[in-house]
Design a protein around this ligand. Structure first.
Ligand code: PLP
Length: 481
C-alpha cells in the first residue's frame, strides 16, 4: 500500500469510525451472533491474489459488525466500562503508524521518556503518593493489563523474599472477591494452589481483617513466609473496597509486599472528593489501575506503580548480548523491558498523553464526577422503588441491585432488558443471590440513557412489552459515502 493509498483509505476509515461512534447508540447493544456465525461468513482459505481495500471494508460491515457487542454504546452498562475516546483512538493510530518497539530506551528514546513523564503526570492527576514518582526509587510503567500488573508484582515480591529457590515456604493473601488474575498470577509463577490464602469477606464484600490476621499468625507460627498480599480497591463484582491501610499495617512488619489492585476504581482519584480511594497507598509496594476501563483510553493500558523499582527490575532483567548498549550499561536510562514479562512493547503512552491533554484534569474530573452522580441518582431511584432492592451503596460508578421478588425475577428482568437490545446489563452473585450490575461509565452515557435504562427495568419488572431495538441497514450510517 503506497502512502497515497494509505491516505485515501485512511481518511475513509477514520470517517467510518467517526460515523460508527456517532451512530452506535442506535444499534442493539449486544451482538445476536450465534456460535460459528462469523466464521461461517468467512471464506475457508486466505485469498490467493490481492483484494481491494474496499472489499475488506465491505466485509467489516457485513461480517464483523453483526458479531460486535457495542461496548462504546451509551447504553452499555454491563461488566465494566471500556470507555474509548477520540484522542485515544488517534493516539493508537499514531502508535501503529510509528510502529516503534519500545523495549529499551535505546530502541526509541521518546517511547520510554514520554511514558515515564506521563506516568509522573498521572501521580499528580490522581493524587497518588510521591513515592510512586520516577525521580525517587519508585516509578510507573504501562502494562497491557491489570492482570499483568499483578503478575509482575507477584514476581517482584517473590524476588524480594528470596527468589524462586525460597518459594516453597512462601504464602500470599487475597480476598475471596479479589480478581481471578491474582490466582492466575500465582499459578503462572509456579506456586501451589494452597500458597494463595483466600481471605473471607465481610457483609460489604471487603476483605476481613480479622481473618487475614488469623491466617498470617498461623502461617508465621508454622514457619511460612507471608511474601505477598493483594488488596482490592473496587472489586470487579460489586466495587467493594478492602481496608488497604489496615492490611498494610498488619502485614508490612512481616516483610510482605502489598499490591493494590484498583483496576476500575483507581480512575476516581481524578476527582479530589473521591480520593478516599487512595487511602493507605503511602504504605504499599505497588498499585495499578486501568485507564482502559474508566479513563477514556482504549484497551490496552494499565498503569502500574512501584514504590521501589529495584525488586521488579532485578526479578525480570535478563540482558542478551544483542540488546546491550551504552545507555543501558551506564544505568542512565529506564529500560521498560525489565518491568514486564514480554520483551517487546508498544508505544502506549501516546494515547494516554493524547487523552490527558485533550480533556485536561478538569475535563477528566468533570466526566468521572458525572458518572458517579449518574450512578448515585440511579441508586437513589432503586432504593425507593418497592420492586427493587439496592444491594450495596453506590459509592462510585457501579450500582448493584436486585428484584424484591427474588432471584428468578431478577434474572428474568435482566434478560428482558438485554434481549430488547436497548441496554446491556450483567450480573454477579452476592451471598449466593443473583445481583444485577449497572456499570455507568461510558464516554457518551448521559442522564437520558440512565433514565431510559430505568424505564426499561420498570417495564420489565411490570411485565409490560418492550419494543426491541433492531439493527438498522447501512451500518454505520454514512460510512458508505
Ligand atoms: C477488570 C479487573 C481486572 C482485570 O483487568 P485487566 O486489565 O483486563 O487484566 C483486575 N482487577 C480488577 C479489580 C478488575 O476490575
Amino acid at each position: 500500500m503506497t502512502p497515497d493509498d494509505l491516505r485515501r483509505h485512511g481518511h475513509r476509515l477514520v470517517d467510518w469510525v467517526a460515523d460508527y461512534l456517532e451512530g452506535v447508540g442506535d444499534y442493539p447493544v449486544a451482538s445476536r451472533s450465534a456460535p460459528g456465525d462469523v466464521r461461517a461468513a468467512l471464506p475457508p482459505h486466505p485469498p490467493t491474489s490481492p483484494e481491494p481495500f474496499d472489499a475488506v471494508l465491505d466485509d467489516v460491515a457485513s461480517v464483523v459488525l453483526p458479531g460486535i457487542t457495542h461496548w462504546q454504546s451509551p447504553d452499555f452498562f454491563a461488566y465494566f466500562p471500556a470507555n474509548a475516546s477520540g484522542p485515544s483512538i488517534l493516539g493508537e493510530l499514531l502508535s501503529a503508524g510509528l510502529g516503534v518497539q519500545g523495549m529499551l530506551w535505546a530502541t526509541s528514546p521518546a517511547c520510554t521518556e514520554l511514558e515515564t513523564h506521563v506516568l509522573d503526570w498521572v501521580v499528580d492527576l490522581l493524587g497518588l503518593p510521591d513515592r510512586f514518582r520516577s525521580d525517587g526509587p519508585g516509578g510507573g510503567v504501562i502494562e497491557d493489563s491489570a492482570s499483568s500488573a499483578t503478575l509482575v508484582a507477584v514476581l517482584a515480591a517473590r524476588h524480594r523474599a528470596g527468589g524462586a529457590a525460597a518459594m516453597g515456604e512462601m504464602v500470599g493473601y487475597a480476598s475471596a472477591e479479589a480478581h481471578s488474575s491474582v490466582r492466575k498470577a500465582f499459578t503462572v509463577a509456579g506456586f501451589r494452589d494452597d500458597q494463595l490464602r483466600v481471605v473471607d469477606v465481610d457483609e460489604h464484600q471487603a476483605l476481613r481483617l480479622d481473618h487475614l490476621r488469623t491466617l498470617v499468625e498461623e502461617d508465621v507460627a508454622a514457619g511460612r513466609r507471608p511474601f505477598f498480599a493483594c488488596a482490592t480497591v473496587g472489586t470487579t463484582g460489586t466495587m467493594a473496597v478492602d481496608p488497604v491501610r489496615a492490611v498494610a499495617e498488619l502485614v508490612v512488619p512481616h516483610g510482605t509486599w502489598v499490591h493494590v489492585d484498583a483496576a476500575m476504581a483507581g480512575a476516581a482519584g481524578v476527582v479530589p472528593e473521591l480520593r478516599w480511594v487512595n487511602d493507605g497507598l503511602e504504605l504499599v509496594d505497588s498499585w495499578c489501575f486501568d485507564p482502559h476501563k474508566w479513563l477514556f483510553t482504549n484497551f490496552d493500558c494499565d498503569c502500574l506503580y512501584v514504590a521501589d523499582r529495584s525488586a521488579l527490575v532485578e526479578a525480570l532483567s535478563i540482558v542478551p548480548e544483542y540488546l546491550r548498549n551504552a545507555a543501558s550499561d551506564a544505568g542512565d536510562v529506564i529500560d521498560y523491558r525489565d518491568w514486564q514479562v514480554p520483551l517487546g512493547r508498544r508505544f502506549r503512552a501516546l494515547k494516554l498523553w493524547f487523552v490527558i491533554r485533550h480533556y485536561g484534569a478538569e475535563g477528566l474530573r468533570h466526566h468521572i464526577g458525572r458518572h458517579v452522580e449518574l450512578a448515585q441518582g440511579f441508586a437513589a431511584r432503586v432504593e425507593v422503588d418497592p420492586r427493587f432492592e439496592l444491594v450495596r451503596p453506590a459509592e462510585l460508578s457501579l450500582v448493584c441491585f436486585r428484584a424484591a421478588a427474588g432471584d428468578d425475577e431478577s434474572e428474568r428482568i435482566m434478560h428482558a432488558v438485554n434481549a430488547s437490545g436497548r441496554a446491556l446489563l450483567s450480573h454477579t452473585r452476592v451471598d449466593e443471590r443473583f445481583v444485577i450490575r449497572a456499570s455507568i461509565g461510558q464516554t457518551t452515557t448521559e442522564q437520558r440513557h440512565v433514565d431510559a435504562l430505568w424505564e426499561l427495568l420498570g417495564a420489565a419488572a411490570d411485565g409490560r412489552p418492550i419494543e426491541p431495538r433492531l439493527q438498522p441497514d447501512g451500518f454505520p450510517p454514512g460510512a458508505r459515502g
